[in-house]
Ligand binder design. Sequence first.
Ligand code: GDP
Length: 339
Amino acid sequence: FSKPVIVAATKGDLKAAKNAEEEASRLGFPSVVAISGREGGNINELYMALENCAPGTEVDSVETSDKAPISIAFVGRPNVGKSSLVNALLGEERVLTGEMAGLTRDAIRCRWEHNGTAYQLVDTAGLRKKAGVVDDLEKAAVGDTVQAITLAQICILVVDASRKIEKQDLAIGHLVAREGRGIVVAANKWDLVKASDRKEVLEELRHQMNHGMSQCGDVPIVTLSALKGRDLPSLLEAIGSTYTKWQRRIPTAKLNQWLGEALQRHPEPVVAGRRVKIRYVTQVKSRPPTFTLFLQRPLELPDSYIRYLENSLRQVFDLEGVPLRVQMKKQVNPYADKD
Ligand code: GDP
């Protein structure tokens, strides 16, 4: 049938398996992997052999077509300049689509095209109108923010760079990261920050954002002025790059090669006298990138070690700034003795 064949020589911990591997190889099966259920050995190699048989099933590129609009919400405290920023971006190019069912000028989503890229802007002002007149403005603003985050893929956290960052700024950022949305911080009102203070202000902001959204690594920050219409192209660039990372897919073979190297650099810790062995890793989902590590005793892996792996993943695969999800799964061992 000319289907590819991989010979998996099981019970690879036994010497006999080694012989079987040689035997199968001699019979002309090109791909022989000696695996061990008991030891969990060589599962990586099995994955890689599978992937070699079906190239192109997992690619490094994006899942959706380039034409799909990037849906973006502008979130942040009142008065930081969200509306000003949206207006500055749209300017004369404002294109409101009334074609989608039920959408009017008060639409909560509007379509915008710029330099060949399609965006769908989630308009929080629209949300506010929809909610009607409410007594508790603060509460309404929180409701708007939550809804805008759930409707968007990428959130622009707008902050007022001329003032101190407040708890609420960080709380909104935290919410965005927790919901797994891509995030770009727009440090607005940069025109009000004295030139001599700028370096220090940016460093402080970077420190606070990275600390507040630790599951994202280095969060992208763009300094700009909505009022003066300054540095808006940098914001669009940051949105594009975050969107690409947010939907990145990494082939399993590459991931397991990375895992092997990461484990070699820092072997898994020993807990209660036994090494917590990680068998393999796979990306189960993108948007945001979500990875599963398979191991026999997932609960025993310390948080610090998980963080080491997350940081390494982020650096090696250029996932800086997007919320990563790493989950542990118990690897079922069919050869385990029943007790
Ligand atoms: P929102 O409540 O977050 O939508 O904030 P607005 O867009 O309504 O802006 C609040 C105030 O900040 C307004 O008076 C704006 O003119 C002002 N503002 C917005 N962006 C900038 C900016 O880049 N520089 C300065 N100096 N003022 C700004």
